[in-house]
Design a protein. Sequence first.
Length: 313
Amino acid sequence: MTANRPPIDRPIVVFGSVNIDVCAYSDRLPRPGETVHGTGYAMGLGGKGANQAAASARLGGTVEMVGRTGGDAFGEMARSRLAGFGVRTGHLANDPANPTGIAVIGVDGSGENCITVIGGANMAVSEQDVAQAAPLFGTAAVLLLQLEIPLAAGLAAASAVRAGGGRIILDPAPAPHGGLAADVFQAVDAMTPNETETESLVGLRPTTPDEAAAAAERLAERGLSIAIVKMGGKGVYFRGPGQRGFIPPFPVTAIDTVAAGDCFNGGLAFALARGDDLAGAVRFASACGALATTRSGAADSAPTLAEVAALMG
């Protein structure tokens, strides 16, 4: 295992959403038209982009965040929190015309969640943001993308990173109705869908390693080089050039699944950036995601390198 090897000099670049999360905790989630009493609430840094950046930075990675926040108090809060995780924000634009994105998250007693996202400034991200950060994209070791900013901007960033020799990981969330066009699968190196996202992409919702393998094969048929199918507490299947396999789940007691997938992706980027092979990187990422479920919050649930190493043994 290579858990103590330092990251290489080229940065991990995250191009994506930055939100403030408002989490409401209750014994169970309300049904449509129903009001339930909550047990507490919390506000913190969120957005899939910011979560993934925080996760990579907390592990010790050199991380650059590219995106937009509004010129409001939530924007100031988001920037401060990102800096607190060690994320560089010099390419995080201040958008005076749009508010900072927010997410309203309900979490039940078993840790399951439902989320409503209001994109705000995230949805104004454009290819102009890519052009302004072009030198940075050209030096990236790994680019992390999600679908909480316009896809055209993400694809432009992917092209810039590929030209510089970096790797591109797309978290296809929130999964679009009707899936993704073929050129998206070819523009990135890896995708990391969970069960529901996999179903949206290939029409198969995996619940077993064999079903995940079949789904990964369908993703490869669309031109994807590396398919990583996440099944939460049922483990992760990966398929890449010359490598494929299944990573069993790590035994943890989950209390909150918010941002577990983001911590997985942040860990995957960190491990690939430091030179781990695919199997080792997926196992490392799985440990990051598992640990994230053992604590509350989004970005705040990201584990440290020492915690991941201890869980991996």
